[in-house]
Design a binder for this molecule. Sequence first.
Ligand code: PLP
Length: 390
Amino acid sequence: MNLQNHIASHVRTLPRSGIRDFFEIVQSMKEVISLGIGEPDFDTPWNIREAAIYSLESGHTGYTSNLGLPVLRERIAEYVAQHFHVAYDPTSEVIVTVGVSEGIDLALRALVNPGDEVLYHEPCYVSYSPSILLAHGVPVAVPTRAEENFSLTAEALAKKITKASKVLMLNFPCNPTGATQSREELLKIAQLCVEHDLVVLTDEIYSELTYDGHPHVSIASLPGMRERTVFLHGFSKAFAMTGFRIGYACAPAPLTEAMMKVHQYAILCANTMAQHAAIEALENGARDVDRMRKEYELRRNFIVRSFNDLGLECFKPVGAFYVFPRITSTGLTSREFSLGLLEKKQVACVPGPAFGPSGEGFVRCSYATSLDQIKVAMTRIAEFVSENKR
Ligand code: PLP
């Protein structure tokens, strides 16, 4: 039996994640300093872990409502209103998901008909294009440029809009570049979305992690946008809760209802203990988020300065926990740089093209690693760069 022939063609032709291949090599090596991981190095704050333990101890071992615990949905609505200035009804416009990952999948499956085009800025999070393909949509990348600090311009977006365009995916602060978006540019993008009747999926998973006092603006809060936006957020990054697998989607009731149908049949409900932990995170987690944010900011300052001192041009991102230095001055491709650095100096970073073809010439380094480790890694990178000087 040739099982390959039995696999759905849109799954068979899906490429494996470039990050996964790379990390299989990393895992087979010893003494590697990893700047490759996209998850906080901090443990989940203790009070949040305790809430999950207490949930179990109290016997909360059953399903919750499909939409999620009512108290959690209320806290989410309050949090989103306070931090993002958009009001959602917790009973009909908030759905608790298994991370933002599930939120992306739900929204795409609820919105996309076969052949609909889904626009996204690139370099971008590895799952966007595959998730669009899995929903039978057509991924349309809008390249962003280092010269523009990897922000998305309305001008570049307008060039890619066609009659088949239906959805625009945004992720600011951005993985892998750390880019953010100014209110002025977001307003222009919002205007395009209204003109072309696009629905926006905005993945704001890094929104608490902004630096230099940079204010985060959600496109959902701009005029005319709430009615056409699915706002996606979660607990993985700011609250250091990746393993809890918990997030949420907020959207006008008809969109939430459509996503809810997919969620109900595919997932049923998010993990109950994680939902209790998320309530604690929203009620008492702010101080820890700020503590971690301050530490990330110190690391960012160090790593950006170090790359630029080495002659690897690196813009100073004001969000997320990644830097995206240009490595073309070494004469190596992104893959050659990452593999060489790993083999010769035991430092792991991700080749830029893992985030789309426009990432060639760059590598992604995460600073969700202790400052001490980052310092050692930068010394090794300096040696590698000087050994590879053209
Ligand atoms: N969106 C972006 C931009 C991410 O970087 C990640 C994880 O790295 C996710 C979504 C997935 O988040 P979650 O853990 O909430 O599923």
